[in-house]
Write a protein that binds this ligand. Sequence first.
Ligand code: FE
Ligand code: FE
Ligand code: ZN
Length: 288
Amino acid sequence: MFFIGAHLSSAKGYLNMGKDALKIGANTFQFFTRNPRGFKSKPLNEEDLAGLSRLMQEEHFSPVVAHAPYTLNPCSTRPEVCELALQIFREDLKIMEYLPGNYYNFHPGSHLKQGPKEAAAKIADMLNQVLSPDQHTIVLLETMAGKGTEVGRTFEELAMILEQVELSEKMGVCFDSCHLSDAGYDVREHLDQVLSEFDQVIGLNRLKAFHLNDSLNPLGSHKDRHALIGEGFLGLSALTNMINHPLLDGLPFILETPTDMEGHKKEIELLKKHYHESEAHENGSDNQ
Ligand code: FE
Ligand code: FE
Ligand code: ZN
């Protein structure tokens, strides 16, 4: 099953995002729980959330991904910034309970020269305070490009966080093809190798979602500048391999490419045309 969607605006509410997804040919999507660069959220509208849940069921959507604000930093050197991250996280997880069975993705944070080890302990500490055994949301750590002091530029750094989380069954990972390549993982030429490395360090069972982006910059550039599908360093054929890879089958693929709904609609059409067409897929379970 091919689940493809894009990051959508939540300005007109939850149900409206589901409808927007359908308009662009998507059967999944991502959204910000609140202003991505600030922290403001809108008052909770239970009816609207229930409306989206219903639509997602009727239209056979995959789980959707809520994205935490970029400005959240649970491993800051300033205690008040860590405290704010914890508060936002707690509030967002509460909202997510109105959309049971979906994902909440966040950028692990920036260690600000404390080093990734210190940062991992702080991030895990926050998670241990906010995760609860009866929540219906899986929290995802995103693989990062390694810009500045970003934590999560290697699978080992993500593993260091995961190992310290008590309710590990509530945790997963979200790949980002632009970030992986920028971090130095060669998903363009050696996808199989990257996946097997991830499997060894973290475990493929943890991989829950996939940000499908091209990158403006070459392998290992640590830049994090997304490009349109097929117009960057990765190129259409590498991105096609990703959506057709048997080990990635069934994941929600979400575009975070720099375009509008019309542009995303075209990218989704293009990717749908290429789904099933790559050799990776045909050489999968069929021949074994
Ligand atoms: Fe992200
Ligand atoms: Fe991303
Ligand atoms: Zn990015």
